[in-house]
Design a protein around this ligand. Sequence first.
Ligand SMILES: [Zn+2]
Length: 325
Amino acid sequence: MTRPARRTGRTRLAASSLAAAAALALAACAATPADDGRLTVLASFYPLQHVAEAVGGDRVVVTNLTPVGGEPHDLELAPAAVRTVGSADLVVYQSGFQPAVDRAVADARPGRVVDATAVLDAAPGASAAVGGHAEHDGHDHAEDDGHDHGGRDPHFWLDPTQLALLAPAVADALAEADPAGADGYRERADALATSLAGLDTAFTEGLRSCEHRTIVTSHAAFGHLAARYDLEQVSVAGLDPETEPSPARLREVAETVRLSGVTTIFFESSASAKVADVLAAEVGARTAALSPLESLSRAEADAGADYLSVMTANLAALRTGLGCA
Ligand SMILES: [Zn+2]
């Protein structure tokens, strides 16, 4: 992510920023130390990084605490990474989703944070957001549930209209840290919201008329997406992808698949593909990849994929798998 240096008029560079820049470089080798006056922004996993980069533009350097291809749910942070949490100009995270990041924010006390959970809880119509206990769909059978999120479905970013709510919050925080860039932050936040609204329209129209409305997935990442586009998620495992599904749960899902006539089992990663393969073979269905966008894979990152392109691929996979007109 090397970008051309840009002079913003903020030339003062404290020793602590130098240390932070060095620590950032250690913590994530892809990061460019912000020794040129750009703001340092830490995002705790990919969709938040995407919003920070889109809104921050070339006035910020964004580092993702979850490495490319990494699993954000059970992220662990090295001490150097925890220190970067304290020294960043802005930390964008989601409380209740990654316990190590919650601890780092509590311990390192960054000067500015945007907490996606708080933003979504405060939004009008927040019952559909991260805090919406009621809409959790009950697939978290006790045996699947080694690590839940207090019953919340954390995967709000798979509903583009919810991800869009973060854009103005990030713009406000950046504008407070860097008033000279305020207009740019707000313009880019508006542009991101517009593109996410376009994606939402594409999903609404693309999934309007389908043979099937049941999406069978390995981990229960798609509850918000299903709620938004009138689909029903049946997940083999719970909200956390690491938990192994029980044989009883597998039998139960296989029965649901047979009864509903579902023809495609969606999987999310090479690890969960095994479960999907077993299930698909048992019921005579196909498998197809559906990204929960918790991280970009190495291949996606190398190909220059981003939130929009992966979601567009998800829409295509859903349309094929569900037989949409
Ligand atoms: Zn997840």
